[in-house]
Design a protein around this ligand. Sequence first.
Ligand code: DX5
Ligand code: ZN
Length: 224
Amino acid sequence: MKAAENWIAPSILSADFSRLGEEIHDVLDAGADIIHFDVMDNHYVPNLTIGPLVLKSLRKAGIDCTMDVHLMVKPVDRLIGDFIDADADIISVHPEATEHLHRTLSVIREGGAKAGLVFNPATPVTLLAEVLELVDLVLIMSVNPGFGGQAFIPSALNKVAQARKLIDTADQPIRLEIDGGIKADNIAEAAAAGADTFVAGSAIFGSSDYAATIAAMRSALAST
Ligand code: DX5
Ligand code: ZN
């Protein structure tokens, strides 16, 4: 089932971490819908970022927006409870990071969060059919996970279209998110393929005017 409106999700991977709370307030004021929180472990992906303590601190500081946590950690299961305790709204996992995907998705929902499933550029989307009823969000990677600022991989559009077909057969609303190399000049193509949630890290945080960049993305979306 199709979710309602388009969401723009700045990835804080490209934010200034010395002023993280302020950066989040700034992008929300600039029109962001949710915040994308990339967690990397230097094992599942070759980079190391932030964990549940940082999310807890942001919540304590009064940041109450929807937090879209993208876990690039393996094994992933043990960290799920910590992110639920830290008040994550959406928790997304890669199928390669768990031995028992069905159980992992169930545990996320039982903890009260929305469950997301992530597909790397070389991971077949067909797996989604097996767990469709356990998923609230599908995330298609349009770069290989691990770093911000990489070039968009065009074959991701075909995967978005495949995922859209499966999602439209579901009984519950499922968001379709795309992550990696999204900018104002390709966001419309992603939307046309069926995405409704758009992660953008370097395109937003690397720009000098967050509001203008988000507005340019929204006007590109309006043209689809
Ligand atoms: C990559 C992360 C992305 C990253 C996107 O592994 O999952 O969320 O921040 O960055 P850009 O938008 O710069 O490609
Ligand atoms: Zn991400």
